[in-house]
Design a protein around this ligand. Structure first.
Ligand SMILES: [Zn+2]
Length: 671
């Protein structure tokens, strides 16, 4: 990597991201940017280049917490600083938080051993301290542990980093511009976390050949001569930096007229965003926009642009809905409020004219909806789509809250909400001798270890406990991990009528929703006709799995063995990739096998192969009707798996009655 960074001004395209970053540079109170988009766009380059444009900062010399000499942090662990303390002027920093970072790396680490045995409060600052008064950049924020995301966003919201270990605590200022990126194909962020980012932008590589060629041309020029390239763009970057500084100075004088404030409230109400954060962020972004354009008054256009950046991620209702703003609704909400509720002058003619413009769209929407409803109610085939060769795919049934299926034992995988796992947070379950320096002390365990030695160590009557390093015990904590939930779904004709396939798809969709909430990875293997297919390689993107399920074709013979062997292969590859993530195999079948020379024998051998690898499994028995063969039960026995009937998958029998009242997770379906 070159020491000379790529100049901000030289980046082609990405206008939305450019604006979002500049607005945050002008007004950090906006609360950062979440960048959504595919890999291979210049989003990282642009974020890194931004730091060079930020105004320089004065910091107290030698302070590891970047105290401002004009206003040092009274709680600064390196303080207190004298008013006359020497200071230095340096660039605002860009700090990158790697996805695999530990909690100590993020918030800093307290040396508990020294604190307890020597009485010294030794604190090593983390990345939050380093990012204070600069930019904190988290590439692939959606892959960060839940626990770290919570710490990060708490610090971002409060402007303070607080570390506490067993009663020893340190706090310091941590105000930074937070920029996160994510590839939505690798999994969405929880809606609560989406809301914590001020603005979002969607980026994609340009489809314009001229623009693409220019991107490559500049990249090559930069790589050939970084210093020369940067020199050619220096003036443009300096101009941007000046403009940021001017806008910052203007910001406190920008006026937000009541008409514009009301416009913001109307837009936020129209998109049914939760809480008032959306209104606040939109207002701040609109004010920053005015300042950026050198105006001291917010205009309707500022509000429109601010809404486009501040609202798309706040109106999601369902994890399977893509974020975005409907431009028609936006324009409608942005328009001047009608002071007169009666139709405007011009009479019915004017109204008809209005209606005619949108009528084609509206009636099309309506009939499509009706069609879907009929299909759902009667199990009738919806109108064939472009890809419907043999039979239109069966729509999934209404999803329900699924019961918790988990992997037995205690794992050590990434944080999640499914199976028990040893974690760095959560409930303390026991004490043990530390393997590394202690960060989580088990106090009673430590005292118990020290107690027998007190006489030998010469503890005076009435004196304090004599504690040695070897007495220290660390707490072992237990929380939950996410798993890989691999679905193996029988999509053959043996699964019977469309009505039953609808129930099966509904059940799998329910389990997918559950997997989304528990932060699992999911994969989907189906088998029908002459073989099995990996419909979805393991991914965190449950949305994609749900979409593939919807269009899944069904019918044909039942190659059960092929389905199980394909699952075995997928699990083997995933184990190599991520050995700590424990799999849960969910086989959805009636247990029948009808393809191949020895279909039943082959299926049993495949099942035993999986059993030998000790894969935790659940067989969802889809057999219905008065005469039952119990084949799925036998498959479960061969797999060493739990067997459940389709109707036993719901969290409880009463779920249907209390749903929407007691379970807050169901609020997403209220809309
Ligand atoms: Zn300081």
């Amino acid at each position: 990597m070159s020491a000379v960074g790529y100049p901000f001004s030289a980046i082609v395209g990405l206008a939305d991201l450019r604006l979002a970053l500049l607005l945050n540079a002008v007004s950090p109170a906006i609360g950062g940017v979440l960048v959504r988009g595919e890999k291979g766009t210049a989003k990282s380059t642009m974020v890194r280049a931004l730091a060079a444009l930020l105004p320089e900062v004065d910091v107290v010399a030698g302070c590891r917490f970047a105290c401002d000499p004009a206003q040092p942090d009274p709680a600064c662990p390196d303080g207190p600083h004298e008013a006359s303390a020497p200071y230095e002027t340096r660039r605002a920093r860009l700090v990158e938080l790697p996805v695999g970072a530990t909690e100590d790396r993020l918030v800093g680490s307290l040396d508990l051993e020294r604190a307890l045995t020597e009485g010294v409060k030794a604190y090593e600052p983390g990345l939050l301290a380093a990012a204070h008064r600069g930019v904190l950049y988290v590439d692939e924020v959606n892959l960060l542990h839940d626990h770290l995301v919570d710490l990060l966003l708490d610090a971002a919201a409060m402007g303070i980093c607080h570390v506490e270990r067993e009663g020893v605590s340190v706090r310091h200022a941590a105000r930074f511009l937070l920029v996160g990126t994510m590839n939505p194909e690798e999994g969405e962020l929880r809606p609560q976390l989406l809301d914590r980012f001020g603005l979002t932008v969607e980026v994609r590589a340009s489809r314009d050949p001229g623009e693409r060629a220019e991107v490559v041309r500049r990249r090559l020029a930069y790589e050939a001569d970084p210093a020369g390239f940067a020199a050619r763009w220096r003036e443009a970057d300096e101009e941007l930096a000046r403009r940021i500084a001017d806008a910052r100075a203007l910001l406190p004088r920008v006026e937000l007229p009541d008409t514009e404030l009301e416009r913001i409230a109307r837009v936020c109400a129209a998109f049914e965003v939760d809480g008032l954060r959306a209104d606040l962020v939109t207002a701040r972004a609109a004010i920053a926009l005015a300042a950026w354009h050198g105006r001291d008054r917010v205009t309707a256009d500022d509000v429109r642009q601010a809404a486009l950046l501040a609202l798309p991620h706040r109106r999601r209702r369902n994890p399977f809905d893509a974020p975005g703003l409907d431009p028609e609704t936006l324009d409608e909400a942005l328009g001047e409020p009608d002071p007169d509720p009666e139709p405007p002058a011009g009479g019915p003619g004017g109204q008809d004219g209005d209606r005619a413009e949108g009528s084609a769209d509206h009636s099309a929407d309506h009939s499509a909806e009706q069609g879907a409803d009929h299909g759902a109610e009667q199990g009738a085939a919806p109108p064939p789509g472009p890809g419907a060769a043999e039979q239109a795919p069966v729509k999934p049934g209404e999803p329900f809250r699924a019961r918790l299926l988990s992997v037995p034992g205690v794992g050590s995988g990434r944080a999640g909400r499914r199976s028990r796992a040893e974690t760095s947070y959560g409930r303390t379950v026991r004490a043990r001798r530390p393997v590394q320096p202690v960060t989580r002390l088990h106090l009673t365990g430590t005292l118990r270890a020290a107690a027998p030695h007190q006489v030998a160590r010469g503890r005076a009557p009435g004196g304090g406990l004599v504690l040695r390093r070897e007495d220290l015990r660390e707490a072992v904590r237990e929380g939950r991990e996410g798993n890989l939930v691999l679905f193996v779904v029988d999509a053959s004709g043996s699964m019977g009528a469309r009505q039953r396939m609808r129930a099966v798809k509904g059940a799998v969709l329910s389990l997918l929703l559950d997997a989304y909430q528990r932060r699992d990875k999911v994969g989907l293997v189906t088998f029908r006709g002459s073989g099995a297919e990996i419909v979805l390689q393991p991914t965190s993107s449950v949305d994609v799995a749900a979409a593939r399920l919807e269009t899944l074709p069904t019918g044909g013979r039942t190659p059960l063995a092929a389905g199980l062997l394909t699952a075995h292969k997928v699990l083997y590859h995933e184990h190599l990739r991520d050995p700590r993530r424990r799999p849960l195999l969910v086989v959805v079948t009636d247990g029948r096998a009808t393809h191949g020379p020895d279909p039943v024998g082959e299926a049993r051998r495949a099942a035993r192969l999986l059993a030998a690898r000790r894969v935790a499994g659940v067989v969802v028995d889809c057999e219905t009707g008065p005469v039952r063969l119990g084949l799925a039960q036998r498959l479960a026995a061969d797999l060493g798996a739990l067997a459940l009937r389709l109707d036993e998958l719901a969290a409880d029998a009463l779920a249907g009655l209390v749903r929407g009242i007691k379970d807050p997770r169901d609020s997403r379906r209220a809309a």
